[in-house]
Design a protein around this ligand. Structure first.
Ligand code: UD1
Ligand code: CA
Length: 456
C-alpha cells in the first residue's frame, strides 16, 4: 500500500466552461478568497507530494495555463469537453501504470488533504469514492448501493429516476483508483446518457462488473466537497471558507467583533490580544503584532503592523510597515514602501508612499507624502504636500529630526529640510531649508484701507 501511495499521480479536471457561471471567464479562474479556484486545488494537490499533477484544461485554453506560470504541473489539453470521462482519458497516457490515480475537480476548491489521504488508502485494492450526505435539492450524482449496502454505481442527477433523486448519499466527483485499472475501464465508457457525455462516474459500474469492491470515504466537513457551478455556490463557499479562517484567528487569540464580517484573502498572523473590528479585509501576507487594535472597515494588504499600534476606521494600507505604538487613520492611506517608526502618527486624509517616517513624527491631517525620508519627532502640518513628480521623474524629499513643517507647505523635490528647521505655513519650498532656521516664502501681508465690497 505504501508503495502505491508513494507513486500517487493526481489528475485535476479543469476543462469545463462552467456555463452556469454566466461568465466569459473559465470557471476555474473564478476566485475564492481572492485566488482562482484552481489555485486552491493545486495547493492541496501539491501538499500530497504526488509524483505528478496533470491538469486537464480546455475551455478558455491558454487563459487557464497562463494564469499559473509557476505551477509545477503537466498541462493536458482536452480538445473538446465531452465529459469528465473523456477528460481523464486525455490524461491517462501521461500516467505510469504503477501509480495510483487521484481525480480532483477544479471546481471543488476546498477539498482537504487528510480526506484525500484516507481516500487514497482505501483505493489501493480497487477504487474509492468520496461521497457525502446532502439534502435533496442538489444535482450531484447519486450513489446507488445494493441490498448489502455495497456501491453498485453512480447515477447522474439528470439521468436519475425520481426515486433515485431521493438518495441522500451523493458523489463529490473525487475518486481514486490504480492507473492500470482505469486503463481498462475508461475505453469502455459510452455517451448513452442524458448529456451525451462520457461520464467518469460510469467507471464505478464497470469496476463492480469486474468484481472489484468500491470503497467510500467521507470528508471531515461538507464544504470540502461542495462544487462551484454557479455564482450562488461560489458565494456560499466563500462564506464557509471565511468562517473557518475566522475560527482559526479566534483560536489563536484574536478578538473579532463579528466573525461573520471579516475577509481574509491570503495569510494573516496575529499576536496576542489583537482586536479586529467589523468589515476588515486582509489580502496577501499580513502580520499583526500583540495588542494591535484595528478599527472597522480597514483594507490591509501585504503589511506588517507592530505591537500596540492602532489602525483607526476606514484606513487602507498596501505594502506598509507600521511601527510599534503607531496611530494610523481614520481615513489614512499607506501605499507600498511606507515605513512608520515607533509611535508615529498618520491621521485622516493623509496619503504616504515610498517614505520613511521616523519615530514620534506626526502627519495628522490632509497631506501627501511621497518619496520622502522624514526623521524623528518631525511635525508635518495640515495640508503639506511633497511635490515629488516633475512629469517625468520622481524626486526625494529629506526632512531632518525635529523639523517643523508649517501647514499648507509644498516641498518641491528634490529638496532637503535640515534638522530642527522650521518652515513657515504656506511656503513653497524650492531650495533647501537650513537646519535650525526659520524659512518661509510668503508675499508680505497688506491691508487696503478704505476698500469697499462691490454692491449688487
Ligand atoms: C460531476 C459528477 C457528479 C458529481 C459532481 C460533484 C460526472 C459525470 N459527474 O458533475 O457525479 O456529483 O461532479 O461536483 O463526473 N470537466 C472537464 N472536461 C469535461 C467536463 C468537465 O475537465 O469535458 C471538468 C470541469 O471543468 C469541472 C469538473 O470536470 O471542474 C466537473 O465537471 P462538471 O461539468 O461541473 O460536472 P458536474 O455536473 O458538476
Ligand atoms: Ca461541477
Amino acid at each position: 500500500m505504501q508503495g502505491l501511495l508513494s507513486s500517487l499521480e493526481i489528475i485535476v479536471l479543469a476543462a469545463g466552461q462552467g456555463r452556469r457561471m454566466a461568465s466569459a471567464r473559465p470557471k476555474v479562474l473564478h476566485t475564492l478568497a481572492g485566488r482562482p479556484l484552481l489555485a486552491h486545488v493545486l495547493d492541496t494537490a501539491t501538499a500530497l507530494a504526488p509524483r505528478a499533477i496533470h491538469v486537464v484544461y480546455g475551455h478558455g485554453g491558454d487563459r487557464v495555463r497562463d494564469s499559473f506560470p509557476e505551477a509545477q504541473v503537466d498541462w493536458v489539453m482536452q480538445p473538446s469537453q465531452k465529459g469528465t470521462g473523456d477528460a481523464v482519458r486525455c490524461a491517462l497516457p501521461r500516467l505510469d501504470d504503477q501509480s495510483l490515480a487521484l481525480v480532483l475537480l477544479g471546481d471543488v476548491p476546498l477539498i482537504g488533504r487528510d480526506t484525500l489521504k484516507t481516500l487514497c488508502e482505501r483505493a489501493v485494492n480497487g477504487a474509492a469514492l468520496l461521497t457525502f450526505e446532502a439534502s435533496h435539492d442538489n444535482q450531484y450524482g447519486r450513489i446507488v448501493r445494493d441490498a448489502q449496502g455495497l456501491v453498485e454505481r453512480i447515477v447522474e442527477w439528470r439521468d436519475a429516476t425520481p426515486e433515485q433523486r431521493l438518495i441522500r448519499e451523493v458523489n463529490s466527483g473525487v475518486l481514486a483508483a490504480p492507473v492500470a485499472r482505469l486503463r481498462h475501464w475508461i475505453p469502455r465508457l459510452t455517451s448513452a446518457n442524458a448529456q451525451g457525455e462520457l461520464y467518469l462516474t460510469d467507471v464505478i459500474a464497470l469496476a463492480v462488473a469486474d468484481g472489484i469492491a468500491v470503497a467510500t470515504a467521507s470528508p471531515a466537513r461538507v464544504a470540502e466537497v461542495e462544487g462551484v457551478n454557479s455564482r450562488a455556490d461560489l458565494a456560499v463557499l466563500e462564506r464557509a471558507y471565511q468562517d473557518e479562517r475566522a475560527q482559526t484567528l479566534m483560536a489563536s487569540g484574536a478578538q473579532l467583533m463579528d466573525p461573520g464580517r471579516i475577509d481574509v484573502r491570503g495569510s494573516i498572523v496575529t499576536g496576542r490580544d489583537v482586536l479586529i473590528d467589523v468589515n476588515c479585509v486582509f489580502e496577501g501576507r499580513v502580520e499583526i503584532g500583540d495588542d494591535v487594535h484595528i478599527g472597522p472597515h480597514c483594507v490591509i494588504r501585504d503589511s506588517r503592523i507592530a505591537s500596540g499600534a492602532r489602525i483607526e476606521a476606514h484606513s487602507v494600507m498596501d505594502g506598509a510597515e507600521v511601527g510599534a505604538g503607531c496611530v494610523v487613520g481614520p481615513f489614512a492611506r499607506l501605499r507600498p514602501g511606507t515605513v512608520l517608526g515607533a509611535r508615529a502618527r498618520v491621521g485622516n486624509f493623509v496619503e504616504v508612499k515610498a517614505s520613511q517616517v521616523g519615530a514620534n513624527s506626526k502627519i495628522n491631517h490632509l497631506s501627501y507624502v511621497g518619496d520622502a525620508s522624514i526623521g524623528a519627532r518631525v511635525n508635518i502640518g495640515a495640508g503639506v504636500i511633497t511635490c515629488n513628480y516633475d512629469g517625468a521623474r520622481k524626486h526625494r524629499t529629506v526632512i531632518g529630526d525635529d523639523a517643523f513643517i508649517g501647514s499648507d507647505t509644498q516641498l518641491v523635490a528634490p529638496v532637503e529640510v535640515g534638522a530642527g528647521a522650521t518652515v513657515g505655513a504656506g511656503t513653497t519650498l524650492t531650495k533647501d531649508a537650513p537646519a535650525g532656521e526659520l524659512t518661509l516664502s510668503r508675499v508680505a501681508q497688506k491691508t487696503v484701507n478704505g476698500w469697499r465690497r462691490p454692491e449688487k
